[in-house]
Design a protein around this ligand. Sequence first.
Ligand code: C2O
Ligand code: CU
Length: 515
Amino acid sequence: MTEANQSEPESRPAVLVDPAQTGRAPGAHGFCRERTERLRYAIALAVAVAGCTPGREPTEIRARPSAAAEETAANRRPRGEFERELAAAYPASPPRATETREFELRAAPGTTQQFDGRLLDVWAYNGQVPGPVLRVRLGEEVVVRFRNDLPQPTTIHWHGVRVPNAMDGVPGVTQDPIPPGGSFTYRFVPKDAGTFWFHPHVRGAEQVERGLYGVLIVDDARTLPYSRDEVWVLDDWRLGRDGQIDRRFVTRHDLAHDGRWGQLVTVNGDMAQELRVRPGARLRLRLVNTSNGRVYRPDFGRLEPRVIAVDGMYTARPIPLDGFELAPGNRLDLDLVIPADGAGRSYPIIDRFTRRPFGLATIRVEGEPVSTPDFEPPSNPHVPEWSGALDRPVDATYVLNARRGGPHGIQWTINGRPWGEHEVTELEGGRWVRIRFRNDSGRLHPMHIHGQFFKVIARNGQPLDVPYFRDTVLLHGRETIDVGMVPVDWGRWMMHCHILEHAESGMMTEVRVGD
Ligand code: C2O
Ligand code: CU
């Protein structure tokens, strides 16, 4: 059983009327840092043994084993086993860099051809939307000389890349916002090969929507013999009557729903993306969802691709795509073989997340057949099983909900608190933790943790054997998801909903990983 969710999402009726443009000051990113008590097994266990439910624990989620059984189960497994399982799966430190790859990035307002050639005013990296694909090889150091020519401060966050904390691009936490006219050099050695992306972490709901995002690909140390390696950046656009990006950002309507959903969907900036391939070709197709709020469930029909990586990290084995959802922030790498007799055929790729399916793109087969490269798809055989994880206590619970108030009229909260009133979670580096997300709202929340990867271990109390890591997991309305994680990257990391309007209105907190 995988975690792919087959259920039809609820319809999305408007419940609040969109008020007029409000010209808000930046919402999120306050600077309050409260300390909270360190979460310890000892406390959780003591409480469990005493037979009462800890205050932060939900009570209705699942029939938990009795306190005694839980204690035995937790003790049965020598401490360290889960951590050792993780150690084989991904490295704590980067490879020693042999070479440096330098890139220049400039964020600035501009005009691009979008939607089949129409001119659109955007904010762009290096004048293009999507921004450039930065490509490096594992073992190379990435140096990005960045200049901000936007009318607002900004930063760059390297989504999913396990960077040194100071390179994480979070204003007020890991760096000062880069003012208009300012520069900053990002420098890091990626620890993992895979598909990542980058975007601002200042006023993301506006800056990402206006076009600021790009893809970072870290190639494996050894080249894989795919016939083609392609990236599809999925985004949606809400345009106003003038045909330009609707400048009302973080509206009450967005906040009362699953963020900002646009009326136009593009793949690589194109509403009718057509990938032309030769019969027999074997593709690695990297899907990246850079939308503020929209979730996709791509259906490749008879092509039947296999998922080889989720959120940049290889799966333990190839998985059928059926039902996989791509929430904001998520990536999926597909291994796709074009039928050798497919010449002349077209395969429509359909999005089926909403009740109204629509075409995302087309794969058109043409030209002379090529011989299909025959090789084992890349995988990570060391993705931990963590069997018995549900016998261990929950170390931290994050309840997701909304309240009225704040600069936008609605605040999205974690444990009842918006960013600025948030409680910092302190985690011991190198120690396995069980984290629970409980969605008390009816909306979607793709929860993202910076600088870490985790593995889903249960959905609504049902154990799941998921053979891959994630950095962003989608919660549907009223769902509870438990994840296991061994934080091995020290620092102050954001944890937030990747629906950027939800994050902007408060749905963000901080996880500190230390000794
Ligand atoms: Cu793409 Cu703070 O995230
Ligand atoms: Cu959310």
